[in-house]
Ligand binder design. Structure first.
Ligand code: ADP
Length: 488
């Protein structure tokens, strides 16, 4: 592969290009009118305008993207995340055009794109699943009696749902029919597929996902787990690797389950298998994301594996150069998604201009971003400004490093999730590791904010943590020479 086109924008476009450049591969950017002056456009060796700002006239134009790839003699297309990354038709169109799709084959994308098809596919591999129905509900009466068997509350889920959308909790039997009707009509209008199913509602779940890599020669490995339980609207804001709660046996079991899920759909490339972990330690398969995840850097930090490089090697048909036993967890990493959102106003998008934009620096601090001072946050796309990733030799040192990095990150002109990140890093539930997906609902309220965001509170917490840190981390890990991001 001598040249790749990145069918995406923003931080992920730069992230992919950075590895490509290091591997001596030329890069092609495609962009919309809203991104004309964006850094990722300048960062590429060549750049081509796709069309107006709305995604369906630009980043979702499969025909145009493939045409540009052909005229520029591109050998591979990397879809990033979002946009066309989980579009089976695009994967097929790219291959049919004689270009390598840097991602899985259409079959795996299709199967895992439907929660019901995914459940059916993994069943033969004995993967633990949340109790519930594994077929689309056609008979509401029959479904109601299954719900009663499972026990309320239950969750109605849209098979084609994604991004935290298409889920409804039903607290009691009397609401069942009404919620079911609403769920079906919502699924039909939002996803064009009215299939819904039910699952037991796990009251205090943790979101644990496993990174996998699979080559075209039947080799599949996992790169341990990421914990993504701090969410708002069922969407992640803070992620870390490893999880603070898994023991070695659970880690091995969940890793093996993820490898089996990847095998069940003949997976190729980098993928993520998502599970929920119940309070009793049982874990259940949720879904597989057939692409690079937003939060992939925390895995890169603790394994020292460049996942984009692996994706490119796999697409070139190479055998995996790493074996399961080569991998060891080294240290700890936390990522904060810095969104242009106002946590004080239900995390609603905060639009405006970056009047001030100063990045934090230092060893073990990595910022994946695509903005510069003076730029506007476009309203057309996801409001993520950057990913702030920190690495340290222990979880507690990592939390401390994140606090300092948030402090050094100066953004003015818009509201962001930086302050919320500071709240999380100071909160005793996060620090102790005893939290679940209801973190925001349970703690990010007036009382909690008073306790953790008032001037003297962080100081007291910081002193306590510094003490634990001093006791625990006397041993320093060797400097990791091949970590490209520390050079930023
Ligand atoms: P999506 O495809 O929209 O991301 P997922 O199935 O991956 O949907 O679930 C997203 C989030 O919703 C999970 O991280 C978890 O917080 C919550 N969730 C999903 N299924 C359940 C369940 N059965 N019980 C409780 N929470 C759930």
């Amino acid at each position: 592969m001598k040249k790749i086109l990145i069918a995406n924008r923003g931080e992920i476009a730069i992230r992919v290009m950075r590895t490509a450049k290091r591997m001596g591969i030329k890069t092609v950017a495609v962009y919309s009118e809203a991104d004309k002056y964006a850094p990722f456009v300048r960062y590429a060796d060549e750049a081509f305008l796709l069309g107006p700002a709305p995604s369906d006239e630009s980043y979702l134009r499969m025909d145009k993207i493939i045409e540009i790839a052909k005229t520029t003699n591109t050998d591979g297309i990397h879809p990033g995340y979002g946009f066309l990354s989980e579009n089976a038709e695009f994967s097929k169109m790219v291959s049919d055009a004689g270009i390598k799709f840097i991602g899985p084959k259409p079959h795996a994308i299709k199967v895992m794109g439907s929660k019901l098809a995914a459940k059916k596919t993994v069943k033969a591999f004995d993967i633990p699943m949340v109790p519930g129905t594994d077929e689309a509900i056609t008979d509401v009466k029959a479904a109601k009696s299954i719900a009663l068997e499972i026990g309320y509350p239950i969750l109605i889920k849209a098979s084609a749902g994604g991004g935290g959308k298409g889920m409804r909790v039903v607290e009691e039997e009397s609401q069942f029919e009404e919620q079911m009707e609403l769920a079906i009509s919502e699924a039909t209008s939002s996803f064009g597929d009215g299939s819904v199913f039910i699952e037991k509602y796990i009251g205090s779940p943790r979101h644990i996902e496993v990174q996998v890599l699979a080559d075209q020669h039947d080799n599949v490995i996992h790169l341990f787990e990421r914990e993504c339980s701090v969410q708002r609207r069922h969407q992640k804001v803070v992620e870390e690797a490893p999880s603070a709660v898994l023991n070695e046996t659970q880690r091995k079991d969940i890793g093996q389950a993820a490898v089996d899920v990847a095998r069940s759909c003949q997976y190729e490339g980098a993928g993520t298998v998502e599970f929920i972990l119940d309070t009793d330690g049982s874990f259940y398969f949720l879904e597989m994301n057939t692409r690079l995840q937003v939060e992939h850097p925390v895995t890169e930090m603790i394994t020292n594996v460049d996942l984009v490089e692996q994706q490119i090697n796999i697409a070139r048909g190479e055998k995996l150069s790493i074996q399961q036993d080569d991998l060891k967890i080294q240290g700890h990493s936390i990522e904060l998604r810095v969104y242009a959102e106002d946590p004080e106003n239900k995390f609603l998008p905060s639009i405006g201009t970056l009047n001030k934009y100063i990045l934090p620096e230092g060893e073990g601090v990595r910022v994946d971003d695509a903005f510069e001072e003076g730029m506007d946050i476009p309203i057309y796309y996801d409001p993520m400004i950057a990913k702030l990733i920190v690495y340290a030799d222990s979880r507690i040192a990592c939390i401390e490093k994140m606090k300092r990095a948030i402090n050094d990150y100066k953004i003015e002109g818009i509201e962001t999730t930086l302050n919320f990140g500071q709240f999380v890093m100071h909160h005793e539930a996060f620090v102790s590791g005893d939290f679940n997906t209801h973190f925001v609902k349970n703690y990010f309220n007036e009382e909690g904010k008073k306790k953790y965001l008032e001037p003297e509170a962080p100081l007291a917490a910081a002193m306590a943590i510094q003490f634990i840190h001093d006791q625990k981390t006397k041993i320093q890990l060797p400097r990791r020479s091949s970590n490209n991001w520390q050079k930023r």
